[in-house]
Ligand binder design. Sequence first.
Ligand code: PHE
Length: 340
Amino acid sequence: MQDDYQKTLEEAQTKIGACADATGLKAIEREYTGKDGVVQALLASIPSLPPEERRGVGQGANQLKQAVLEALAGRESELAQVSLAAERKGEGYDPTLPPAAVQRGSLHPVTMVMREVEDLFQSMGYSVLDGPEVELDYYNFEALNFPPDHPAREEYDTFWCDREGKLLLRTHTSPVQIRTLERLKPPIRAIVPGRVFRHEELDASHEHTFHQVEGLVVDEGVTVGHLTGTLKSFLRELFQRDLDVRLRPGYFPFVEPGFEFDIRCPFCEDGCRVCSKTTWVEFCGCGMVHPNVLRAGDVDPEKYTGFAFGFGLDRLVMLRYGIDDIRHFMGGDLRFLEQF
Ligand code: PHE
């Protein structure tokens, strides 16, 4: 009996010694110590043996198992030594193998168009400014000529940050008009791209967080002609062609006169889904800076005039790339983002 174990063990040791890789060793381990292995078969035979033989077979099986596992462990560390030595000598090093692929991110489509807009205005001599997203009621409304309880405040579904009604998430980028007038002296030529927030009913064209680009120009002798000329040059560069535009009267307390600035639909000639069959697309609100706003920024309205505009960036990005739902922008779906 003892001889049988010895023979089985020697067989196993020979196989292990001849094996040169980890998968092979795993297979041998299974063959001897696995569920259907040699050792298990010996143990399973015990109940059918005469009682005086049972103990010996049990011990033999366990010793066999131990010895096989030791041989396996020994061979494994031998193989590790060999491969380490080979690596140190530079064997198997192939400098022509391609490197592991690096996963690169890409810019968000809103970021891409935002940068393009910044470049275009910078080429016209504008500075790119910034302002806080959590804003004081004073800058978001009051200094922009919305007194407390003014009905125009209803146009902006505001997220309030405190119970006193002093702090809010800015509903537009216009508060930076006041901050800019406070800090800089005319002549001023600036745009302010940034995130804005409104408590909207969410659907394919409304998000609680979106992007605007504010424009502010203040100098002596600035007129509505400068306003339309600037927006037309900007749009010509952006769409690479001349688009018809029109001004309609529009009300914003911080401009006077105030306008809605429309562009001829860039996608059709006789009406489509994008322009709701009207051939016009609303582009932005704009107008001449209200004297009260200039005063709030300590600029003399007798000496200086200015224009301001504010357009939504997200819609422009949607027009540009044919995106049909604004909620994709913040959905975090990589399959959407990887397309840009
Ligand atoms: N801030 C306005 C809005 O969000 C747009 C605007 C900006 C209008 C500047 C006039 C001048 O609706």
